[in-house]
Write a protein that binds this ligand. Structure first.
Ligand SMILES: [Zn+2]
Length: 205
């Protein structure tokens, strides 16, 4: 694992100094004593396929304008969040402290463990299933993840599509897991869905 940059390390309250804070009300307590042992990678764009509108932040703060785009009228009352967003420019935004439960995974299953929100940290990467991510985004995700691994007993990193197959497709076919792993310095065993034969650290409880 790469040695994390200090400013990416979460403080005791779960906030990361390197991140711009945009607090979301969409979170609650993790179950008592629940270790944070999974990182989930997502993609998101609002409106779909468009970048830089500020609407992701609005969505996670329950202030999406239903009249701005037809799609927004269908989702503006949905209360969701993630801990982090990495913009196309590589800016890190944080909505929920890592110590709390963000609402990013929905119905999900990690090797037989349901409700992945209970024990995971969610990172949204601004993007879609049809376009490559930016190099700046890989840089930021690769800086953040080693810091999360240093701060919490994370055992694995998964895509949303891995833990909600058939329901979710993100981070999608353009997310380069090999590049991410190389840049972040994470071992193959940390990517049980990408390297099934190497998943020595993941057991089915
Ligand atoms: Zn997702």
């Amino acid at each position: 694992m790469s040695k994390p940059e200090h400013r990416y390390l979460p403080e005791a309250d779960g906030w990361v100094p390197a991140a711009r804070r945009v607090p979301s009300p969409n979170f609650d307590e993790r179950p008592a004593g629940m270790p944070v042992d999974l990182v989930v990678l997502h993609n998101i764009s609002l409106p779909p396929g468009q970048f830089g509108s500020g609407d992701i932040e609005a969505f996670f703060q329950n202030r999406l304008d239903p009249n701005k785009h037809p799609y927004f009228a269908t989702i503006h009352q949905v209360q969701v969040s993630a801990h982090f967003l990495v913009t196309r420019e590589g800016e890190l935004v944080q909505f929920v402290p890592c110590t709390q439960r963000a609402w990013h995974a929905g119905q999900s299953d990690f090797f037989g463990r349901a409700r992945c929100n209970d024990f995971s940290i969610g990172i949204e990467i601004e993007g879609c299933d049809d376009l490559p991510f930016t190099l700046a985004q890989y840089d930021t995700v690769a800086a953040l993840v080693p810091a999360l691994l240093a701060a919490y007993p994370v055992r694995a990193i998964a895509g949303h599509s891995d833990i909600a197959p058939g329901r979710k497709t993100d981070p999608g076919p353009h997310f380069d897991w090999a590049r991410f792993a190389r840049q972040a310095g994470v071992a193959p065993g940390m990517l049980p869905y990408q390297c099934p034969g190497a998943a020595g650290q993941v057991t089915n409880p």
